[in-house]
Design a protein around this ligand. Structure first.
Ligand code: ADP
Length: 512
């Protein structure tokens, strides 16, 4: 070898050694773990990262073999693995490494077969993939959760692509329509469960609301259609169709639906009951009206002849006879009042006046004027605050206030001058009127009963009356789409409240 070539060889060798040092340094300090393994799986070299991530010292690792680290590669399987590596040249796979503390580290291995100086090695690089695994697990969990929610939803859910083919069908949808997932997936919805309207008329695809949503992106709510079961029977449904958007635009629709047979049945039943109730109410009213009207005639006769008897024979028969006649006159008068009350009661809804704006201040003034005698006799004070204009039947509203103020005076407490206060306050959509007194009060257990017809809490001797007044009040308030109730402390006084909608009830659905 010439001096010149020896020098150049030396230089080259030095360079190679430096390169090797550099390489070794790089491998030693790489952020992936590096292992040099021989064909018996013995570890010949590890870098710093391998020691750090597994928690072993280099010395410890150099005395170990791959099966000591990787539970997926028991010694018995190593031969097979080695042959595979040799055949392929390199392998990439995920596995687990057991750390010194026993915990498992998910890693991705890239192993390369190297033959060198008549020996065989594997250079393996292990990348810690625990973060990636965790993220993937998160995604899997979130997906599973979404799937569970979809599967547990009570409503049927269909997902359709832009061609109208199913890309998702949940369990409730399958159950309600009796299909299996295979029946529907990738197939066209229109030909399967959405092909006629509720009346059986075929549904042209161009008018299909679901397709419309797929075209214009507008969500729709539909509750007058049917879907078809696999057996061929229609199910009345309510559904919402919403577009599925991606960056490129609308890519399909979601249809969420529920079977409304039960709801329809309940609605029909309710309508039937309401109609039935209205009919029987009308009948009852007619009956009450006819009975009280027709009773008036013979009663008038009894009453006038008994009065005639009283006038003509008073003092001419004995005392007993005078008493009997007086009882008869009294009975006839009372009956007259009851029948008049009944008639008024039955006429509230059948012969009520037209609704219009009514100034409650004027109504109050009218009621007080009608009660002038009772007010002055009892030396009652009747006050009012500013009252609103409401929408209703003026005459009936006057009857209502008159009854309540009249009762407040009638059921006064002995020894105290009666004070009656009328006011009104707006609450939500209602005007709430109140009529308060300082009278005898009403025990809580009677708070409902007093509104029933002919229900009284006192004898006629104590307080005159027929027991119709409050029944009449309730009927008037109900005709005005309102309600009436009381608050009372026995022995201290009573407050009657009634609520009337501030928005004219008549404009919503007309008077009863
Ligand atoms: P009537 O006044 O003819 O007895 P109502 O239907 O007007 O009949 O009243 C029913 C019952 O309610 C009365 O008999 C009375 O016991 C009770 N009541 C009504 N208003 C009051 C009031 N302001 N204070 C105490 N009790 C009352």
């Amino acid at each position: 070898m010439s001096g010149h070539s020896r020098d150049s060889w030396k230089r080259e060798r030095k360079k190679i050694e430096e390169d090797l040092k550099l390489t070794r340094f790089s491998v030693d300090h790489a952020s992936v773990s590096a292992f040099l393994v021989n064909s018996d799986a013995k570890i010949l070299y590890v870098n710093e990262q391998a020691c750090n991530s597994l928690g072993y010292t280099r010395q410890e690792l150099l005395s170990m073999a791959i099966p000591d680290l990787d539970p997926h590669f028991p010694a018995s399987e190593w031969g097979y693995h080695w042959t595979q590596l040799k055949n392929e040249g390199s392998l990439r796979f995920e596995t687990l490494h057991r750390r010194k503390d026993g915990t498992l580290l998910p890693v991705e291995i890239s192993a390369n077969y190297v033959a060198f100086g008549g020996r065989e090695y594997s250079w393996g690089f292990a990348q810690d993939i625990s973060e990636r695994k965790k993220a993937a697990e998160e995604v899997r969990r979130a997906n599973r959760q979404k799937e569970l929610i979809l599967e547990s939803a009570g409503d049927g859910i269909f997902g359709m692509n832009s061609r109208g083919n199913h890309i998702l069908v949940n369990r409730a949808a399958l159950k309600m329509l009796g299909y299996t997932s295979e029946d529907l997936m990738d197939r066209h919805s229109h030909s399967i469960w959405h092909h006629t309207r509720a009346d059986g008329a075929p549904y042209p695809e161009s008018e299909c609301k679901i397709y419309k949503t797929a075209r214009d992106g507008i969500s729709r709510h539909v509750d007058d259609e049917v879907f078809w079961t696999r057996e061929g029977s229609p199910v009345p449904v309510e559904y919402i169709t919403t577009p599925i958007y991606e960056a490129t635009g609308i890519v399909g629709t979601v249809v969420t639906f529920r079977d409304i047979r039960e709801r329809k049945r309940a609605e029909e039943e309710r309508e039937r009951l309401v109609a039935e109730l209205e009919r029987s109410n009308r009948e009852l009213e007619q009956f009450a009206y006819a009975a009280s009207h027709d009773l008036q005639e013979p009663l008038r006769m009894v009453s006038s002849y008994v009065q005639l008897l009283a006038r003509k024979y008073k003092g001419q028969l004995d005392d007993q006879a005078d008493k009997y006649i007086a009882f008869s006159v009294d009975g006839a008068n009372r009956m007259q009042k009851l029948i008049e009350g009944l008639l008024t009661f039955s006429r509230i809804t059948s012969r009520g006046g037209r609704f219009g704006p009514v100034d409650a201040n004027a109504v109050f003034a009218g009621a007080v004027a009608n009660l002038a005698t009772a007010i002055s006799e009892s030396r009652a004070t009747v006050t009012k605050e500013d009252l609103p204009v409401v929408f209703g039947d003026e005459i009936q509203l006057m009857q209502l206030l008159q009854n309540l103020i009249g009762n407040a005076i009638k059921f006064r407490k002995p020894g105290i001058l009666p004070l009656v206060q009328v006011s009104a306050a707006k609450k939500g959509e209602d005007w709430i009127f109140s009529v308060r007194d300082n009278g005898i009060g009403i025990e809580p257990r009677f708070h409902d009963r007093i509104f029933q017809i002919f229900q009284r809490l006192h004898s006629r001797e104590d307080y005159p009356g027929t027991g119709i007044g409050l029944a009449l009040c309730r009927r008037i308030v109900e005709r005005h789409h309102g309600r009436i109730w009381i608050d009372s402390v026995p022995g201290q006084g009573t407050a009657f409240f009634f609520a009337i909608p501030a928005v004219p009830a008549e404009r919503r659905d007309g008077p009863l």
